[in-house]
Design a binder for this molecule. Structure first.
Ligand code: AGP
Length: 611
């Protein structure tokens, strides 16, 4: 939910910190700050974004070789200068940045306050830095690292922390419990960040911290121990990320770039996984597919867009493999005392691999003995490292807060999982499998054909830029696409939108239909076309304005709809991969027309790492 950066080495760190924070703004951007050690601790922080902080420090930019920074998505306390991170201890000797939620902060704050500690902010995070100093003062001479350990043992909740001490110019202290932290190791310099994007331009050698670990980081060194002071030997990984992959590449927004990257993302997701004759090879599930195929239940858990791809997965797996699937909001699943056991399987879907609710649901399933699988886009993420096995979507970094290529890559991976299970369960004949696999290979090209209509979709979007509400209707495989189209629109344009199963419209939502209500109807699958036609008639009968996403053969749909976006024909099961593309572009252009911050919509964050 927030972004953390840190640096220790031989260079002046100010611009390294600011560039890193700019790369992490997609994680949260309501306030920002840095603390740099040069003699004493120089702290600069403010409400707003990195560019606001740069203006604030332009007159007297702090310089130094050790520093931390933070970009915030507020959980406790208003997004203002006081509540911005870094937070500083009472003496001013310690500065700290935090990602997560300290669940017992009120009790700790009360105790510290009664002992005379004064707090400046309303945040939970400030309690940690004050607690560390209180421990130091209560135990004169105790090593700083030991004081951090003792303080963190009193803390309940989640944290990713970076901490510096004015008396320790060559050491950065980081600790992790529930919020991601990565250490980059350069030549005589080290970096810390919430993910790899601030690190990749300096080094590709990284160490992933795990929960319950505390690291003391020096220039080019990283000593990791458990919170109980047990030394650990951590593997140094090589990042596969490229700098180009995290830049805009000439597009005005990351979101538009990522929409247009979908042909490549799907091709990358398929690469090496389709065998001749419709076979599937998923190395990440090797040796486990029979267990999944024989599962008593297969439960998919996810949030947001990933939950929508999970719904498509339910239709795909039940359609192809005839295996019963339940799809649950991760946040609901984990509190329902789920009825899972060793013969059940859970599939957690997450682009970031850091969504707190999804991770918690995964841990709940593992605690009950179920096999826990992951479908994830970020190598080395918490979800990737805590599942028993999984499938990477290989969509490349998704920086725009609104998920686009991750959704289509997730659906592509779910087609492969469904096909693999269908083979294991003997529910698909070789001819049908081969036809499905062959059509999959055409999807990137068919998406490219839809993207070529970007200008026409932009013109259509103009007409609806100020619509107060928009309804999205779909059936079967495209019901989840209706939900996804609505989510795209509301999260970046702030227009209220709802997705509904088309048949459900007559059970309530039809009351909303009038000439001011645009209705996007996804009529792109052969097996539901007659029924979608009836829905279009129902909308028209109440003067609703129909925008149809349909295929060349649907002449009646095109005749009845006021506006038509045509997408190529494909198999019904693959239709979501195409039907969602115009909805992404439609939402994008409306948001741009409304002057919204497309890549960093208000109140949102890319990865919701708090529950
Ligand atoms: C989708 O556009 C949103 N960014 C949001 O719903 C997102 O899908 C959700 O927070 C889940 O994120 P994850 O896939 O990284 O777990």
């Amino acid at each position: 939910m927030c972004g953390i950066v840190g640096y220790v080495g031989s260079r002046d760190c100010r611009d390294i910190l600011l560039r890193g924070l700019a790369r992490l703004e997609y994680r949260g951007y309501d306030s920002v700050g840095i603390a740099i050690l040069n003699g004493g601790l120089h702290v600069a922080k403010c409400a707003g974004k990195v560019r606001d902080l740069e203006r604030r420090i332009a007159v007297a930019p702090p310089a130094g070789r050790l520093g931390i920074g933070h970009t915030r998505w507020a959980t406790h306390g208003l997004p203002d200068d006081t509540n911005a991170h870094p937070h500083v201890s009472q003496t001013g000797d310690i500065a700290l940045v935090h990602n997560g939620i300290i669940e017992n902060y009120a009790a700790l704050k009360q105790t510290l306050s009664t002992k005379g500690r004064r707090f400046r902010s309303q945040t939970d995070s400030e309690v940690v830095v004050q607690l560390i100093e209180a421990v130091l003062e209560a135990s004169p001479g105790i090593p700083f690292e030991a004081a951090i350990r003792l303080a963190l043992k009193q803390v309940a909740g989640t944290y990713g922390l970076a901490i510096v001490h004015a008396g320790d110019p060559d050491r950065l202290y980081v600790a992790r419990r529930g919020s991601p932290l990565i250490v980059g190791l350069g030549e005589g310099e080290s970096f810390v960040a919430s993910d790899a994007t601030p690190i990749v331009e300096y080094t590709n050698r990284v160490v992933y911290l795990d929960d319950g670990e505390l690291a003391v980081i020096g220039p080019g060194s990283c000593d990791v121990r458990t919170i109980d002071d047990v030394p650990l030997t951590k593997e140094v990984h090589e990042l596969a990320l490229s700098l180009g992959a995290i830049e805009k590449g000439g597009y005005p927004h990351f979101m538009l770039k990522e929409i247009h990257e979908q042909p490549r993302a799907i091709a990358d997701c398929l690469r090496g996984r389709l065998l001749p004759g419709g076979g599937v090879q998923l190395g990440g599930l090797a040796g486990l597919l029979d267990r999944v195929a024989a599962a008593r239940t297969l439960t998919i858990v996810a949030c947001g867009t990933s939950w929508h791809s999970g719904l498509v997965g339910e239709y795909l797996i039940e359609h192809l493999a005839r295996l019963p699937v339940e799809v649950e909001y991760a946040s609901e699943f984990r509190y329902r005392e789920p009825l899972l056991a060793a013969d059940d399987v859970l599939l957690a879907i997450s682009q970031s691999g850091e969504t707190a609710d999804t991770i918690a649901a995964l841990r709940e399933a593992k605690a009950r003995g179920a096999l826990a699988l992951g479908l994830c886009n970020v190598v080395g993420s918490t979800l990737a490292r805590e599942t028993d096995a999984g499938v990477y979507t290989h969509a490349g970094p998704e920086i725009g807060v609104a998920s686009t290529k991750a959704f289509t890559a997730q659906v592509t991976a779910l087609v492969l999982v469904a096909l693999a299970l269908a083979h294991r369960r003997g529910t698909i004949d070789p001819g049908r499998a081969a036809a499905l696999a062959d059509e999959l290979t055409w999807i990137p090209e068919k998406i490219a054909a839809i993207l070529a209509q970007d200008a026409a979709i932009a013109v259509l979007a103009q007409r609806f830029t100020y619509a107060p509400n928009i309804l999205y209707l779909g059936r079967s495989f495209n019901f989840p696409v209706a939900l996804e189209g609505a989510l795209k629109l509301k999260e970046i344009s702030y227009i209220h939108a709802e997705g509904y199963p088309a048949a459900e419209m007559k059970h309530g939502p039809i009351a909303l239909i009038d000439r001011l209500m645009p209705v996007v109807v996804i009529a792109a699958t052969a097996h539901t076309s007659d029924k979608m036609l009836a829905n279009i008639e129902e909308v028209r009968a109440r003067q609703g304005r129909v925008i149809a996403v349909t295929t060349p053969g649907q002449e009646d749909v095109k005749r009845l709809a006021e506006f038509v976006i045509e997408i190529p024909e494909t198999l019904d099961a693959l239709s979501p991969l195409l039907a969602v593309i115009p909805l992404q572009l439609f939402a994008y252009h409306i948001a741009v027309n409304r002057g919204c911050d497309v890549d960093q919509p208000r109140n949102l964050a890319k990865s919701v790492t708090v529950e």
